[in-house]
Write a protein that binds this ligand. Sequence first.
Ligand code: UD2
Length: 310
Amino acid sequence: LKNSKILITGGAGFIGSNLADALVEDNEIVVVDDLSMGKIENLPKSDNLHFFEHSITDYQFMSNLLVEWNFDYIFLLAAVASVADTIERPMETHEVNQNANLNILETIRIKHLKIKKLHFASSAAVYGNNPELPKKETSPIEPLSPYAIDKYATERFVINYGKLYGIPTVVTRFFNVYGPKQNPESPYSGVLSIIADSLKNNELFSVYGDGKQTRDFIYVEDVIQALIVIMNSATALHTVYNIATGRETSLNDVLMVFGKIVNRKINVEYKTERSGDIMRSVSDVHKLRSMGFNSVYGLEKGLIMYWNSL
Ligand code: UD2
C-alpha cells in the first residue's frame, strides 16, 4: 500500500490507530472516528493524516466523504466493540456495527466508486460456543450476542456485495489482539490491557473463573502486517481470514509470563466466571499462512513490546 488514498473508520481506536501509524508515511490517510472509545492522541502526527470527528452513522457525511475522496483502500474498523454494550443497547449498536457499514457499501455501489479493496474487521465472536477447535474459517458459526450477529451479517454483506456488484472486498476475524494503545477503561476491554493497567497502578487483578480459560493472543503489529498482506493480495478476495497465531494460552500462563517480564508477582483474586465466557479459543492458521503470512511475535516478545510502550 503506497501512494494511495486510504480510509480507516475507527482509526483513532486501538487497531485502527496502529494501522494508521504503519501506513501514514507512504499514503494519504483519512480517519473517521467519533472518539467514543478512540483517542485523538492515538493518531500519528503527520500532514498525510486527515481526521474527522464523526460517527459513521452520519450517513450523509460518510457518503459525501467517499465521493469526495475516491479512496483506493477502505478499512472498516469502527464498531461498538464491547459485547456487553451490544447486549444492553442492541438497536443502537446495530446502527453502528451493521447499518453504517451497509451505508458505505451502498454508496460505493450507487455512486460506482472504483475502489481497489475494502476490508471489514469481524471477530472470532461469530464462532460462539461451538466446541470445534481449532477454529477454521469453515467451522460452524454460532453468533450469540447482538455484537456477533451484526459482525456475521455484515461479513456476509461485505462478501456478497463484492460478488454481486463487482466490488473487491475481504473480511478478517480477529482473535484476541493486544498491544500499544489498547484502551483499558472498560471491564470488557482486552484482558491484557486490564492486567497491564493493574500492574501500573499496583492494583489487584480479578481473574474471572479458574484462569484455565484459553485464548489465541496476537500482538497488534502482527495483525497490521497480516492486514497489509491481505489488502495487497489479488487472491484474497470475497473471502474471510482468521487473524491469530494458532497458539492456545491459558490466562494463568499469561499472568505467569507477564509477571516474569515485569519481575513481580501479579496480585490476583479469583472470582466467579463471567456469564457467557468461552472456555477455550484457538484458531487454525492454515488459510492465513497460505497467503505467506506468519506471526512473528510470540507472547513473551509481544508482551515485552507492549509493556515497554506504556
Ligand atoms: C473477545 C473479544 C470480544 C468478542 C469475544 C468473542 C476482546 C477485548 N474481546 O472476548 O469482543 O469478540 O472475544 O469470543 O478482544 N478476564 C478476566 N479478568 C478481567 C478481564 C477478562 O479474568 O479483568 C477474562 C475473561 O473472563 C475471559 C478472558 O479473560 O475469559 C479474556 O477476556 P477478554 O475480554 O479479553 O476477551 P474475550 O475473549 O472474552
